[in-house]
Design a protein around this ligand. Structure first.
Ligand code: NAD
Ligand code: ZN
Length: 243
């Protein structure tokens, strides 16, 4: 549990903020039962996510990569937003200019009611054609055939997710940088901060005068840069900022 004085301090800062923003990572969804990549349960068969979530892996063995995504989609389909997702949606309700920048692909923030969620890494319920580039939403789990093919042109479909080594969707990234730069209170929730642009966004917020608050049970690569680290789970800590 985080120190009560620190919670009180951040609660007061949030109440007085004009433009809060938040950056979220896999830890936000951990209490919903979605495994983080680096935590227990992050491994599938003998593979590390870095070996599967890449263009090279997909080129080599699209069926294997799809089996992994099909397994993750099945896990996520059984989960629900937690109190942390709901608290962030409540912050949006109180601050109409709030932006939630998320690295998560599970869609749980939108389910919780966050309409202003910038999904930096895409969404696991969307697919994109490697031939005609058409995107489509598909919530079927398990998928009847792996790898799935495009109904339009017959080429392979891929998850509409940003893989290691790929660039982020420019429109979304631009909005995220503006949100970080213009924020006066920046929450860094459940992210290890080792995948860019997480570190850059936190640094940019701070360089432009934001008070930066980390919410994470463990120390991270970003802890040093934060003004306060609330050491606790996001599902327990975020709601206390709204009491
Ligand atoms: P990460 O797995 O590297 O780190 C997770 C962080 O969450 C850690 O710092 C950990 O201490 C913290 N954490 C664990 N439980 C927590 C809790 N209850 N409350 C708050 N924090 C908690 O995740 P990352 O930094 O987000 O980066 C990994 C990449 O993997 C991301 O780019 C993301 O796209 C992808 N990913 C997404 C999901 C998802 O969509 N839910 C899940 C796993 C990985
Ligand atoms: Zn196609």
């Amino acid at each position: 549990m985080p120190i009560a004085d620190d919670i009180d301090d951040v609660r007061a800062r949030l109440a007085a903020a004009r433009r809060p923003a938040a950056l979220a990572g896999a830890g936000l969804s951990a209490e919903s039962g979605v495994p983080t990549f680096r935590g227990a349960g992050g491994l599938w068969r003998r593979y590390r996510p870095e070996e599967l979530a890449s263009p090279a892996a997909f080129a080599r063995d699209p069926k294997l990569v799809w089996e992994w995504y099909d397994w993750r989609r099945g896990l996520i389909a059984k989960t629900e937003p937690n109190e942390g997702h709901r608290a962030l949606a409540e912050i949006e309700a109180r601050f109409p200019e709030f932006w939630l920048i998320t690295q998560n692909v599970d869609g749980l923030s939108r389910l919780a009611g966050s309409l202003r969620a910038l999904e930096l890494h895409g969404n696991i319920w969307r697919m994109r054609c490697t031939g005609c580039a058409r995107t489509l939403e598909n919530r079927q789990t398990p998928l009847p055939e792996l790898p799935p093919a495009c109904g339009n042109c017959g080429e392979l479909l891929r998850p509409d997710i940003v893989w290691f080594g790929e660039s982020l969707p420019p429109g979304v990234l631009d909005k995220a940088f503006i949100a970080a730069r213009e924020s006066d209170l920046f929450l860094v929730v459940g992210t290890a901060g080792v995948v860019e642009p997480a570190a850059s966004l936190a640094r940019l917020a701070k360089a432009n005068g934001a008070f930066v608050v980390e919410i994470n049970p463990d120390e991270t690569a970003l802890s040093e840069e934060c003004d306060i680290s609330l050491r606790g789970k996001s599902g327990e800590t975020l709601p206390r900022l709204l009491d």
